[in-house]
Each structure stands twice: as C-alpha cells, then as structure tokens.
Design a protein around this ligand. Sequence first.
Ligand SMILES: *Cc1c(COP(=O)(O)O)cnc(C)c1O
Length: 225
Amino acid sequence: MGIHKELFLEIESTCKTKVVQLVAVSKTKPVEDIMELYALGHRDFGENYVQELVDKQAQLPADIRWHFIGHLQSNKVKYIIPFVHLIHGVDSLSLLKEINKQASKHNRVVDCLLQLHIAQEETKFGLDKDELRDILDNGLVGLENIKICGLMGMATFTNDVAKVRAEYQFLRSLFLQYENRITKNCRLQILSMGMSADYKIAIEEGSNMVRVGSLIFGERDYPKK
Ligand SMILES: *Cc1c(COP(=O)(O)O)cnc(C)c1O
C-alpha cells in the first residue's frame, strides 16, 4: 500500500512537458491509494474490471475522470455508461453499437478509442487495420451517442526496444492516416499508447496519452488461483 510519490511526480512532470495526458492505472489498488494521488491533484484514473470500477466510482469523488481500459463485454456496458469518461478498448462494431444504445438511454455522448492489435502475442485484443478501415468507412453512420476520439494499442511485452518502437510507429501511422477524416462522431485526437515499461518509448513515438500503473502504485498482487 501507498503510492510511489516521487516517481509519480517525475512521470507527471515528463507528461506535462510533452503535453501527454497521464492516466494512472489503479486496478487492484485500494481507494486509499487513489485518494493519495487525488490529493496531489490527479484526476484521471484507469480501471480494467467493470465491477471494481463501479465499486470504486461509488466511493470516490465525483470529479474523477474514469477511463475504462480493459476488455469490455457487451453485457456489462450498461454498468459504466452513466459515468465513464473514456472507453479505451473498443474492438468491435457490435460493442460500439451497444455503447451507443446504452449511452442514448442516458442522453450521453460517450467518448471511445478503437483498440488496434499491434503486438505479436495472440492474447491481446484489438482490431487489425482492415477492420479499423471497415468501421471508420461504414460502421459509424447513425451512432449519435458515441464519439470516436482516437486509437489505443498495447505493444508486445518484451525487452526488445526496437520491436516495441516499431509497433508504436505502426499505430501512429494508422492514426495519421485517419486523423483528417472528421465526421460528426469521429475525430481522432487521442493516441493512447504506453505503460510503465514503455511509456517513454511511446511518447517518443508520438503518444499523447499514457496508461501507467505499477510505476505509480507499485506491483499488483493478484489473488492466487
Ligand atoms: C494494467 C494496464 C496498464 C498499466 O500497466 P502497468 O504496466 O502497471 O503500467 C495499462 N494499460 C492497460 C490496458 C492495462 O491493462
């Protein structure tokens, strides 16, 4: 328990200098730790699990901007729609349609990022470039309660810096390709890439939003299976 304050201040300062938005990833961490960061003025927090996010949101100040960064199942969208600030991991048109439907019930327009599969690992979710093109070309008409604000991706978990760099460069190239295509519900402005292990590389490769957890909050303890 307890945050790494010095490291947080250093990361925060790096992000400010580079005009990068810092999302503090608080998954598995207690509300006390979130409040420590809140007291330092931080407002953007990221969570991966719907139930955990809903529980924490209910206990914490209303001006926190909650980012959902995990893999979102369609049947759970409704629980986070009333308050979520940005959904990072949208990786199908059917999910987008469900977000739109639930958002319309709450008279909201919910900001979303499309997640691209850029890593080598099989396990990471996301669209490939053709699926991205399909959604942007044909999928968004009539979805008045969502806004596509950018792209998100996770690089391969590896010490191979060149590989990580290449994956982020690929994501940025897609971002640039569609950046000027502005419609009623689509305007790519956010490029969410970079975590504790690689946020500096990500920023060098053009990220303007990083999601940093363990450097700020310490390593996560998952319950043993
Ligand atoms: C957990 C998680 C992070 C933060 O990971 P750290 O390595 O602890 O910084 C960032 N993005 C996503 C999508 C995550 O699931």
